[in-house]
Design a protein around this ligand. Structure first.
Ligand SMILES: NC(=O)c1ccc[n+]([C@@H]2O[C@H](COP(=O)([O-])OP(=O)(O)OC[C@H]3O[C@@H](n4cnc5c(N)ncnc54)[C@H](OP(=O)(O)O)[C@@H]3O)[C@@H](O)[C@H]2O)c1
Length: 512
């Protein structure tokens, strides 16, 4: 059974029985795996003949490895060697030997007796923070077995611990497979192919496995088979980061425009340290999310004036000419232009079209003074709106109002605030966001004073606030519109101008 692709996507199968393993192989095939790792242990089979049948009938190229769930004793070692020898005898494509369980002599014996199987010598490096030296020593030790391929599974404490892995992949003299475990190790799989990795591991059935992308995202979203040494790296720096929809949008957009880029989730604990370690030009651009938007300003060499006044960046580009980090804020324009366009549309139908911003002179009620609130406050003010800020923590509302030169009022007064009709309401608080989607920041009755209601919350897309605003006849603008516009702004910055507007809009509105 041959492997078709240069980059091999595989999944690990840990099953209770040979029957379950057979079913999982079929499932892995459906999800696009090129290879499966059959992690055999003493519970997978009660009789070696069952295992023999499984290996003979396997429908995908395989790695056979032996992993004991309990501390291994001499009996366990015997079983392990029996399994590995059987795999070699049956010409299984890859046979993996854990060098912590069996000695180098066993590797030599398997090498001698194999005809077509490739022998992988593996080890596990635990403890986090692996240095280049630790990894080098492990590699030298594995190399000394004479195996065809060597494999390291390592623990990482921070995303920056993955940097030595990329160094090893680039410089290894023997074929090397590396997997960094845990959420912070995910980029070892997603970016590995850029550094020469030829095996990438994914999880089966979309099952959440820390550090592993799912097989379907590898095949359908990241399309790692197209990643090569020239691929430029982009990503979203956030913590948590698992919820980010950015990869689902930017990766297809890169391919649609023929741009050689990949966009990955970056679970970052310390943004300054991240930029110190991943400092080369290959790390070309970043979205910045919670809670790093403000700290990221201090990491930039230059900050766009608007982002500087907002005090938060949501996009960072590494300038190719000198490697300097330039910060931007695309949230602000995204929100304000979405509101302006909706108002212009409304004016058009009323026959009042004009070139002046339709926000100018309007009373603009902003709820929320967090990252999104700051961007919206500065944006609305820059268009000449009369901004009033309400925020649960009043002190925060007052501080933002002072920065923008506008007013702040206590949150409790939001429902009674009605100095005039035809106001604009922008919710930039997290109220109404899943899972608390039954909540709304303002009563339905109070919404009657507003001409337009915008909600930054985009999960769910049609929030309770927007539903009630529609019911009282206001124009509504969804957070999804802001999301798509800020992403388009980022994509333009990432690619120096490219942005497949219709394509990206379609993805967001159809899939999110
Ligand atoms: N559509 C888009 O493209 C886009 C972009 C960015 C953000 N967003 C959304 O905007 C919302 C805010 O994001 P952010 O980045 O500004 O977050 P953030 O910096 O953490 O700020 C959260 C804001 O929500 C308020 N808040 C949270 N829970 C509340 C509650 N139970 N009652 C009243 N106020 C509450 C906070 O008030 P306190 O100051 O009193 O804590 C603060 O104003 C999120 O739903 C986010 O998903 C959307």
């Amino acid at each position: 059974m041959g492997l078709k692709n240069d980059l091999v996507v595989y999944t690990r199968l840990e099953c209770e029985s040979c029957e379950e393993m057979t079913c999982c192989i079929e499932k892995a095939k459906e999800e696009g795996a090129d290879l499966v790792e059959l992690c055999i242990d003493d519970f997978t089979f009660s009789d070696i003949s069952q295992l023999e049948l499984l290996l003979k009938q396997r429908s995908l190229p395989s790695i056979v490895s032996f992993r004991s769930k309990s501390p291994i004793n001499s009996e366990g070692k015997k079983t392990c060697i029996q399994v590995l020898k059987l795999a070699v005898e049956l010409d299984v494509e890859f046979v993996e030997v854990d060098t912590e369980v069996v000695c180098h002599e066993v590797v030599a014996e398997l090498m001698k007796s194999r005809s077509n199987s490739k022998i992988i010598a593996s080890t596990y490096v635990n403890g986090g923070n692996p240095t280049k030296e630790t990894l080098c020593n492990s590699i030298i030790n594995l190399q000394s077995t004479g195996a065809d391929i060597i494999k390291l599974v390592i623990d990482v404490a921070y995303i920056t611990d993955v940097a030595p892995v990329f160094h090893m992949l680039t410089h290894s003299q023997v074929p090397l497979i590396v997997r960094a475990q845990g959420d912070r190790g995910l980029i070892s799989q997603l970016l590995g192919p850029k550094y020469g990795a030829f095996f990438v591991c994914g999880s089966l059935g979309g099952k959440y496995t820390p550090g592993l992308p799912s097989l379907t995202t590898i095949k359908q979203v990241y399309k790692l088979q197209y990643v090569n040494p020239d691929t430029r790296i982009f990503g979203v720096i956030s913590n948590p980061v698992g919820h980010s929809k950015g990869p689902l949008l930017h990766n297809p957009a890169f391919r649609h425009t023929g741009y050689n880029g990949i966009y990955v989730p970056l679970l970052v604990d310390n943004v300054k340290e991240f930029f110190r370690v991943f400092s080369c030009n290959d790390y070309a651009g970043f979205s910045v999310g919670i809670p790093h938007k403000e700290a990221a300003v201090r990491c930039c060499d230059e900050v766009d004036p608007l982002a500087k006044s907002i005090g938060a960046v949501n996009t960072i580009i590494r300038r190719p000419s000198d490697g300097k980090l330039i910060g931007y804020n695309t949230d602000c324009e995204a929100c304000v232009t979405a509101i302006e366009d909706a108002l212009r549309e409304r004016q058009k139908t009323n026959g009042h079209a004009s070139n002046v911003s339709p926000i100018a002179g309007k009373l603009f009620v902003l709820v929320g003074a967090g990252g999104a609130g700051r961007a919206i406050a500065f944006g609305a003010k820059s268009r000449g709106a009369r901004v009033v800020i309400f925020n649960r923590k009043y002190e925060r509302a007052k501080a933002l109002a002072a920065a923008v030169s506008c007013d702040a009022l206590p949150y409790e007064h939001l429902n009674d605030f009605c100095p005039e009709k035809g106001m604009i309401l922008a919710n930039a608080s997290a109220v109404g966001m899943q899972p608390k989607s039954d909540q709304t920041p303002i009563s339905k009755e109070a919404l009657r004073s507003y001409e337009l209601v915008f909600d930054a919350v985009y999960t769910p897309r049609n929030t309770r606030l927007l539903q009630e605003a529609t019911e009282v006849g206001a124009t509504v603008v969804s957070g999804v519109e802001m999301f798509v516009r800020q992403a388009l702004g980022q994509f333009k910055l990432f690619t120096n101008g490219l942005a497949p507007v219709d394509f990206m809009r379609r993805i967001v509105y159809e899939q999110f």
